[in-house]
Design a protein around this ligand. Sequence first.
Ligand SMILES: *Cc1c(COP(=O)(O)O)cnc(C)c1O
Length: 403
Amino acid sequence: MAKAASPYGWIAKSLATLQRAKWHRQVQPIEGKGGTTITLEGRPCLNFASNDYLGLAGDDRLAAAAAAAVKTYGTGSTGSRLLSGHRPIHDELEQAIARLKGTEAALVFSSGYLANLGTIAALVDHRDLIVADQYNHSSLQMGARLSGATVVVYEHNRLEQLEQCLCERRSHHRRCLVVTDSVFSMDGDLCPLPAILDLAERWNAMVLVDEAHGTGVLGATGGGAVEYLNCRHRPLVQIGTLSKALGSLGGYVTGSAELIDFLRNRTATWIYTTGLSPADAAAARTAIAILHQEPHRLTQLAHNGDYLRQQLDQLQIQYLDSESPIVCIPVKDAATVLALGQQLRQQGIFVAAVRPPTVPTSRLRMTVMATHSQQDIDRLVHTIQPLMAGQGCPPAEHPHPAE
Ligand SMILES: *Cc1c(COP(=O)(O)O)cnc(C)c1O
């Protein structure tokens, strides 16, 4: 009998296609704790590639809180929150998140990704309409697909398209959910939240905003883009993560007490999974306490973002529109961005070389932390400048045709 083709043969072919397009990716180990200086391949590197905006992931107080929670509650929470996995530390953390965000209640998930998947699928189904920004995070896009709702995508931050969609299609659906990142993770700009909320109100639509890069980053108290844009009093479903500025692991949803009570009863990615580990919950709880006690971390973070943009302006290096610690330099293609990332690493600077399919067009993505010094940022821009000369970069305003 002739040997049948392997049913797994397509995997090698698919990998070869990724390699050819320079889209293939691999992990790289970072030794030690993280922070503004990390060890990569045995060499120290200035780190501009982390989401640890406040510099808390390596903080001894978070580590001590996590260790104490393990002593008190053990390593695993041992069950679903609705059965045997609910611990006092979960209540404390959820109350702290609700206070930070100025909402009635909050619910923590094992990750921000799961919070988005589950919440969207709980709020809408095949009878409903989702209107979504083109650059939304993968978890929002997957949540929209999972829900079975009709999904209409508008071009990035183009509110006239959002309005037109609501005008044409809202009446054909039972519920409607507008979904957007608050801080766009691969660009660094913000969504025009007040205007989105106005439109949603007019068309009787719910709004879900993903504050993964907003919470602990923007707003006078770190309450996120929602606080920064003065939208705290408006009805809203807010999602976020404990794993970026808050230095731990996990995700959350926050909003009205009614919303949270509903989600506890209807969100599969919360009900049918084990509760967040006590250590992660305690570390996040401590991070929120530190955020309140040390507000200078927030001001320093904002200052560092402004300082980086000023220095790039002075050296006439173009970057994408940014109002956050995320600053991206557009680069013409995937091969070039990889080479630039490599050259920077050889000179002791770690930035993310981001390329399709993560983003439509390649870019160097830099994130500043509250704990970076002015000298760190100076070294970054002065290392980048000679590499950028002669790159022939595309214009700074969101180019994004598919590569
Ligand atoms: C990182 C991120 C998430 C996922 O959060 P995790 O807790 O890491 O799963 C969701 N949305 C956005 C915009 C993100 O950047």
